[in-house]
Design a protein around this ligand. Structure first.
Ligand SMILES: Nc1nc2c(c(=O)[nH]1)N[C@H]1C(S)=C(S)[C@@H](COP(=O)(O)OP(=O)(O)OC[C@H]3O[C@@H](n4cnc5c(=O)[nH]c(N)nc54)[C@H](O)[C@@H]3O)O[C@H]1N2
Ligand SMILES: Nc1nc2c(c(=O)[nH]1)N[C@H]1C(S)=C(S)[C@@H](COP(=O)(O)OP(=O)(O)OC[C@H]3O[C@@H](n4cnc5c(=O)[nH]c(N)nc54)[C@H](O)[C@@H]3O)O[C@H]1N2
Ligand code: SF4
Ligand SMILES: [Mo]
Length: 720
């Protein structure tokens, strides 16, 4: 059978950005196999379990293959999976594009262009698909701007605040560590390509400590699991600093050369309230154990031993004071100076290394050419419920629209109805018959159930992409391996077509995908000096040209040149102050209110947020966590609940039904369940019915992990 092999890149929202080799039958043009690229130094020839089964998704009989319009009279709301198409009629792309543009034009004229809200996140993190032609289009239109804060903005603000840029330990260098701390990082589930490097380190004697309230796969495989209480990491980090400074385990020379605020931080950390004894009760970790952790961390890298590396992930910054907590943890390697050693430091993100020319891609200056003639208002995506049900609504009811209500919602790269917090409010908004909703998707989802127009999108096998990464330092181009299925089209194609119909005449809207890749690479940044489109297409992946030290190693923050601030130093100021979240068990509400349990609405190991949740092989891989609420025996006993009982989980925002399981995966006071589609959940309600629209202390991030609930056994249904 004649075959060809195409180099693609997995564009899902994952730190690993794997190189993927796609085998294509040259006669039929059908992909027959996907495998990890053995030539990619981080992918190393394997894919995660979910993408290893990618062809089940690409060729799923449920793929959206042509544009559709909601049938007249069919109300918006959940449709049974597999029967969604009954609510729609097939239309041509010409009809779809005409209808969308004419509706947007009418709405913009009546309510102002800011009444149009684009809503997208990370269905793809490719440079083109995540943000290029779409941004140009909405900027020129004068639509509201979306602040894309649902995932990482508190952590990003913390990292940039301290270091002036977003870099971290290269994954390959973890092999040199002697101690690895996985801090709010479910590595085995969420970024599996770091795991082999950690295993290499462990074969050489390294220890792995996991700090996570939930017993993740990673925790189960670790040498030690510290089941910290949610939202108390900032205090644990301060207590570790307390011991580091008290025992003189800080690196004075490094701190002097590379940080500002060392004296203030030292004095702050040494305060009694930050002693291990004081931190013990709040964090739920004994003083002795905190002491031991700090000493182990501080002594790593000394006397010929390998250094300590921290893999910090975003779980820590998904709570009210998550920005401060992340800042406190990020300061630890600045105190010990472990950045200087290969295998030391900390990895949250490497995205700062990819200085793509994003302004050239997204062209914010086009907002001046819009009817507004200025920058449009900004809406925080975590407050979609508010934006759809409250913003401008009263005035709109009175016929005035000073603050424009949202009248059109354009969703792409996102399953908004399932992933946005406080989803009861989001769904109430999406149900509005006066809201015009367009969804560009690969599948019918919770969100398409509320769409007026559904448009079919390509997968990464079907379009070209330029990729950076947030978990390694290789730039890549992803080649289309197969022709688009049915009438599916890429994000870049869609928005170029819409711009044409809108009559936008700027050259920017004529740029091809290749043009935009070349523009993105034209950043003038020295790390991209030798990287151009042709070379990337030839070689598939190329390491960024990062500075090297005398021994030929690139070690971020090992010396002042690496820091992004003008001072060429990290800033430790303001010193991190720990305080409990308003919605936590340490707060007044938590101690005296109706909802005493802390809820972790987690991600699935075998899905990507809600992507894959509708694919049978992936559902099978996740079957043990489906519909499950993990509880501690103490909390279950106190409520007369046993494993297998049906329970209601509720707070003032919502109520969901789950099956309790007492299995040792959470500490007392904490319950956990995983994210799924609303309509695949019992009672059609997922975990985000319980989460809030409150924002993090810095960065305007989401606070999924600051959620209090109560759990009650369901009344037994009368048998009839
Ligand atoms: N398999 C799989 N891989 C994924 C994803 C997925 O859904 N599935 N999602 C992708 C995305 S969007 C992202 S952003 C990345 C990163 O995703 P991560 O940031 O790693 O994601 P989470 O699973 O939310 O958080 C990690 C861990 O933090 C823990 N945690 C929660 N609260 C606290 C706390 O207060 N303190 C501590 N110490 N731990 C806490 C959680 O129990 C969880 O195990 O992963 C990506 N990779
Ligand atoms: N309770 C709870 N809620 C969470 C989280 C959590 O841990 N717990 N995690 C949060 C985090 S970290 C994140 S990042 C967000 C993720 O939120 P989203 O970015 O919405 O992630 P997904 O649920 O994976 O949905 C992405 C959708 O994009 C579609 N898609 C994929 N590629 C393309 C494309 O090229 N074009 C178009 N048009 N569509 C495409 C997919 O089919 C999929 O339905 O969720 C957040 N919500
Ligand atoms: S989801 Fe992550 S680990 Fe899996 S193939 Fe994609 S980039 Fe690699
Ligand atoms: Mo995310």
């Amino acid at each position: 059978m004649p075959e060809r092999q195409v180099h693609a890149v997995c564009t899902h929202d994952c730190p690993d950005s794997c190189g993927v080799l796609v085998t294509v039958d040259a006669l039929t043009g059908r992909a027959t196999k996907v495998q990890g690229d053995p030539a990619h130094p981080v992918t190393r020839g394997f894919l995660c379990a979910k993408v290893a089964r990618y062809l089940d998704r690409v060729y799923s009989p449920e793929r959206l293959l042509y544009p559709m319009r909601r049938k007249r009279g069919v109300p918006k709301g959940p449709l049974p999976q597999g029967r969604e198409a009954e609510a729609y009629e097939r239309i041509s792309w010409d009809q779809a594009l005409d209808e969308v543009t004419s509706k947007l034009r009418v709405i913009a004229e009546e309510w102002g262009p800011e009444s149009i809200l684009p809503y997208s996140y990370a269905g793809t993190i490719g440079q083109l698909g995540f943000g290029s032609m779409d941004r140009r289009f909405f900027h020129r239109l004068g639509a509201s701007q979306l602040d894309r804060t649902i995932c990482a903005s508190a952590g990003a603000a913390a990292l940039t605040g301290i270091y002036g840029t977003r870099l971290g330990t290269a994954p390959q260098d973890f092999a040199q560590a002697d101690l690895i701390i996985a801090w709010a990082a479910n590595i085995h589930g969420n970024s599996i390509h770091l795991w082999p490097f950690m295993e290499e380190a462990r074969r050489n004697g390294a220890r792995l400590i996991v700090i996570d309230p939930y017993r993740t796969r990673t925790a189960a495989l670790a040498d030690e699991h510290i089941a910290i209480r949610p939202g108390t990491d900032g205090l644990l980090a301060l207590a570790m600093m307390h011991v580091l400074f008290r025992e003189d385990l800080h690196d004075r020379d490094y701190m002097q050369a590379c940080t500002d605020g060392a004296d203030e931080l030292r004095a702050h950390a040494l305060r009694e309230q930050h002693s291990p004894a004081a931190a013990a009760e709040i964090t739920g970790i004994s003083a002795e154990r905190i002491e031991r952790l700090a000493l182990e961390y501080g002594n790593a890298g000394r006397n010929g031993r390998g250094p300590a590396a921290i893999r910090l992930n975003y779980g820590i910054q998904r709570s009210e004071n998550g920005g401060t907590a992340a800042r406190a943890v990020m300061m630890l390697p600045l105190i010990t100076g472990s950045w200087k050693q290969r295998g030391g430091g900390l990895l949250l993100s490497t995205s700062g290394a990819f200085s793509f020319a994003s302004a050239k891609l997204q062209m914010p200056e086009l907002m001046r050419a819009s009817p507004l003639g200025r920058a449009a208002r900004v809406i925080n995506m975590n407050q979609l419920g508010h934006a759809l049900t409250e913003l401008g609504q009263k005035r709109a009811a009175r016929g005035e629209a000073e603050e424009a209500p949202v009248k059109a919602l354009f969703v792409y790269n996102c399953n908004a109805a399932a992933v946005a917090p406080d989803s009861g409010r989001v769904l109430a908004g999406l149900r509005r018959e006066d809201l015009f909703t367009v969804v560009h998707e690969q599948f019918f989802t919770d969100t398409t159930d509320y769409a007026d127009i559904v448009l079919p999108a390509t997968t990464f096998l079907e379009h070209k992409e330029l990729m950076g990464a947030y978990g390694h330092y290789f730039a890549q181009i992803s080649q289309p391996a197969i022709a688009p299925l049915g009438e599916a089209r890429s994000n870049a194609w869609l928005f170029a077509q819409l711009a044409k119909r809108m009559g936008f005449t700027e050259q920017a809207f004529l740029d091809s995908e290749d043009d935009m890749i070349a523009q993105a690479l034209d950043s003038g940044h020295p790390w991209f000096a030798d990287i151009d489109k042709d070379r990337l297409e030839r070689e598939g992946q190329i390491a960024l040209a990062m500075p090297k030290n005398a021994t030929g190693q690139s070690l971020p923050f090992s010396s002042p040149e690496w820091f992004g601030h003008a001072s060429r130093r990290a800033t430790l100021l303001p010193v991190p102050e720990w305080k409990p979240a308003e919605e936590s068990r340490e707060s007044v509400a938590g101690r005296t209110g109706k909802y005493p349990l802390e809820f972790l609405p987690r991600k699935a190991d075998n899905y990507m947020n809600t992507t894959f949740a509708n694919i049978p092989v992936h559902q099978h891989m996740e079957r043990r966590t489906t519909g499950v609420l993990a509880m501690h025996a103490t909390d279950a006993d106190a409520r007369g609940i046993m494993s297998g009982d049906s329970v209601d989980v509720c707070n003032d925002r919502g109520r969901i039904s789950l099956t309790a399981r007492v299995d040792g995966s959470v500490p007392a006071g904490v319950v956990a369940a995983r994210l799924d589609w609303q309509k695949l959940s019992e009672d059609g309600a997922n975990v985000n019915q319980l989460t809030s629209q409150r924002l993090t202390d810095i960065g305007g991030g989401a606070t999924f992990y600051s959620t209090l609930v109560e759990v009650a056994k369901k009344e037994r249904q009368a048998a009839d």
